[in-house]
Design a protein around this ligand. Structure first.
Ligand code: HEM
Length: 459
């Protein structure tokens, strides 16, 4: 009797607990990929074949570690054309280079699509600021931060941009290596120099910090970035981010170090009158004392926002400056996730689908930009951005719509200031040692650096 009741109990448990789990696994691993592939095929969208568990991750990984690494979306575009479906494990992902589709999805204010989730280690690196907040939180942060980068404030910041650039010229002069070579030419690793300079500019203009403080944060951040990227290239296992592995311990330690440095800058500023309200940090610290919950930021939120702005504010621009000499772009792609079923143009996108916009492909598409798509031709913008290609929405460098880059005017002002000042004083030539190998390292980096021969025009 006892045996019978135990067996009955086990059978009930099997039916109630195990069977639904098995069904859920089958649904995610087999049924959903099958049904969604059919649903997209009916709309004329196909892609590489799904394989169990991995989706297309094995093919993509192989392309990335090939002796000549390929940006996988470019390879798939050759086969599947403008819009295709691929599987990031069991996660359906639509990759589209259609500017109209991009415009509609990115400019939607209905909240049907949100930024794709980042891996936890990348969130530590970037900070959980504006870039990764959603809904009411994002609205509150964006409202408070928008005025910090207004045109009026940018005019004031230009002076600091000039001062920081002059400071780095002075350092180059002190190295005094021009005279050592026959024709007063010095070889410089410009990727590193631009990285240092843009870090100094954002630290000075946005946080009013000193050169030494900015430099200290910059060095800790570079180390944190390397650890986070190493961790993010490993297979993701839920919960692993909480385990005290040597890499995680290092990441936590560096994160604490960066946060403590930012906290020190904040403590100093809190003693100032009005907290120095004319820069980003001053505006945030004034928001910390606001009584209105819609205009308030906590000190922890401010620390995360500082990390976010420090990273967004110098990584991209330094790469822009580096690639300006090579005619490439810093950001490779943008992504969104559909939070509900969406109808965009002629495409139906089911809830849970990721959508990728491959900027690298979209910005060099001959069908859109003409036969000289890969040539440096600034004159194509002579009549404005909307006339530069055969589609007015073709340029997505800073994105569209509500989530467009908050720092785009800052970045353009900075790039113009720094480049003009360099070109007034130096002649630049690519060193023979340069190896062209753009690499996907959060953004598009010159894998072996950017050695440039720098010759002062007036010594
Ligand atoms: C060449 C330089 C830059 C490029 C190419 C660039 C590009 C972009 C792009 C494409 C986005 C939108 C991403 C998406 O929608 O998924 C974005 C967002 C953002 N950018 Fe930039 N950016 C640059 C410089 C800057 C600078 C200098 C700052 C700060 C001073 C900055 C701060 C941000 C922030 C905070 C966001 C998130 C905005 C939001 O979600 O509301 N960026 N950037």
């Amino acid at each position: 009797m006892e045996f019978l009741s135990t067996s009955l109990f086990l059978l009930m448990e099997f039916l109630l607990v195990v069977v639904p789990k098995i069904w859920e696994c089958c649904r995610i691993l087999v049924w959903r990929p099958l049904m969604l592939s059919r649903r997209f095929k009916k709309q004329g969208i196909s892609g590489p074949k799904y394989s169990l568990f991995y989706g297309n991750m094995r093919e993509i990984r192989k392309m990335k570690i090939d002796p000549t690494p390929t940006i996988f979306s470019l390879a798939f575009f050759l086969i599947f054309r403008e819009t295709f479906l691929y599987w990031n494990g069991t996660e359906p992902t639509i990759c589209t280079s259609d500017p109209e589709l991009a415009k509609q999805i990115l400019s939607s204010k209905l909240g049907f699509s949100v930024r794709s989730k980042r891996r936890p280690e990348l969130l530590i690196f970037f900070g959980k600021g504006l870039s990764f907040s959603e809904g009411a939180d994002w609205v509150r942060h964006r409202r408070i931060l928008n005025p910090a980068l207004s045109t009026d404030r940018l005019k004031v910041m230009t002076k600091s941009m000039v001062d920081c650039t002059l400071r780095i010229f002075e350092e180059w002069r002190k190295q005094n290596k021009y005279e050592e070579t026959e024709q007063n030419v010095m070889k410089m690793e410009m990727k590193k120099e631009f990285y240092r300079l843009t870090a100094d500019i954002i630290a000075t203009t946005a946080f009013g910090s000193s050169y030494a403080e900015g430099n200290e944060i910059f060095r800790a951040h570079v180390e944190l970035r390397n650890c986070c990227v190493t961790s993010a290239t490993k297979v993701f296992i839920h919960g692993k981010q909480y385990l005290p592995t040597p890499l995680n311990l290092r990441i936590w330690k560096l994160d604490r170090k960066v946060k403590n440095m930012i906290r020190r800058i904040i403590d100093t500023r809190l003693k100032w009158k009005n907290h120095g309200d004319d820069d980003l940090l001053g505006i945030m610290l004034n928001a910390a004392t606001s009584e209105d919950p819609e205009k308030k930021l906590s000190i922890d939120e401010i620390i995360e926002e500082c990390k976010n702005f420090f990273i967004s504010g110098h990584g991209t621009t330094s790469i822009l400056l580096a690639w300006t000499t090579m005619l490439l772009r810093p950001i490779i792609q943008m992504s969104r996730v559909a939070t509900q079923d969406m109808n965009v143009g002629r495409v139906e996108i089911p809830k849970g689908t990721s959508i990728i916009f491959p900027l690298l492909k979209m910005h060099s598409d001959r069908d859109v930009w003409g036969d000289d798509a890969d040539k440096f031709n600034p004159l194509r913008f002579a009549n404005g951005v909307s006339q530069a290609a055969n589609n007015p929405n073709a340029l997505l460098a800073f994105s569209f719509g509500p989530r467009a880059c908050i720092g785009q005017h800052f970045a353009m002002m900075e790039a113009k200031t720094v480049l003009t000042m360099i070109l007034q004083r130096f002649r630049l030539n690519l060193s023979r040692e340069y190896k062209h190998a753009p690499m996907d390292y959060i953004s598009l980096h010159p894998q072996y650096g950017l050695p440039i021969m720098v010759k002062p025009l007036h010594i």
